[in-house]
Design a protein around this ligand. Sequence first.
Ligand SMILES: NC(=O)C1=CN([C@@H]2O[C@H](COP(=O)(O)OP(=O)(O)OC[C@H]3O[C@@H](n4cnc5c(N)ncnc54)[C@H](O)[C@@H]3O)[C@@H](O)[C@H]2O)C=CC1
Ligand SMILES: O=C(CO)COP(=O)(O)O
Length: 334
Amino acid sequence: MERVAVLGAGSWGTAFAKVLADAGTDVVLWARRPEVADAIAAGRVNADYLPDIVLPDNLAATSDAAKALDGAEAVVLAVPSQTLRANLSGWRDLLPPDATLVSLAKGVELGTLKRMSEVVREVAGVPEDRVAVVSGPNLAREIAAEQPTATVIACTDHDRAVDLQHACSNSYFRPYTNVDVVGCELGGACKNVIALACGMAAGMGFGDNTMASLITRGLAETARLGEALGADPLTLAGLAGLGDLVATCASPLSRNRSFGERLGRGDSLAQAQEAAHGQVAEGVKSCSSIRELAARLDVDMPITEGVHRVCHEGMDPRVLTAALLGRERKAERQ
Ligand SMILES: NC(=O)C1=CN([C@@H]2O[C@H](COP(=O)(O)OP(=O)(O)OC[C@H]3O[C@@H](n4cnc5c(N)ncnc54)[C@H](O)[C@@H]3O)[C@@H](O)[C@H]2O)C=CC1
Ligand SMILES: O=C(CO)COP(=O)(O)O
């Protein structure tokens, strides 16, 4: 794979474009705002998202999607989950005929309750074997600073996953392949909600026992949803499941964890949103879509339910704590 388009020049789109470029792949990064594209092209820096990082010379930038997509063998979609449908609809007619469509987004669409690969298939009108997802413990700022990281590239077409794996493997980024797209996507979407809960716990002053309990029980409810949707349980024990859950729940760099921390300290949703400075904390919306998906499939997800109530029904995180601790006693593997 010689040429890749990355659509979306936020934190992860920019960092992933750098990963590809550092792997020797020519990349064109599309930014929504022309001034961002111009600043990257002229100064090699995306000042809004990764101010300290000098981007490589084989990374071009444009705000013209047609230019970015021309001749691309893979198209990497790096916009927030709830905007993917609208963005991709605008790019649909420009997509090269056999390009692999790659989703970086970690969320479940409100309303349709679709995973991102399902949205991509529907909007682009392509079969499932042309859609790949990248998911794992991948905090953008650490990767941009070239700290070693592993990830998963999932696609039902193993050969496409391998092509993409070659295009983005470098000295600090090690991608594994997987054919379990459902498991990888669910791991990525659900961990954002659990990270919100961990942030709330931290904001209320709770320590590592609480974090470990939330992470582990969060994984248990993610695994229940995964089972209902046909995911391989081993995927959720891997990088896109446990790996991403641990990184996000533990890291002060996580937007979801930081957002939850503010709620735990007593901020309102609006105050926490203001403090996020426009950067996306996907779990705030996905807690509602995942909760609805779980209800549809009759899957018990008490932490997700509680996060939804705190974010959207005004529940005090302290009341959520009492509610979780006061649930009916049960066996661990029930
Ligand atoms: N930042 C990270 O460390 C990681 C993020 N992700 C996922 O990647 C996806 C993108 O995240 P980030 O790049 O971090 O987000 P971000 O908030 O840093 O950037 C979002 C980008 O999308 C663009 N965009 C296009 N249309 C938009 C619209 N209608 N509304 C808002 N933004 C729009 C923005 O201009 C911006 O360039 C999310 O689903 C996130 O969960 C996944 C792994 C790591
Ligand atoms: O997905 C991520 C790490 O893998 C990034 O998490 P946040 O969106 O919470 O910053």
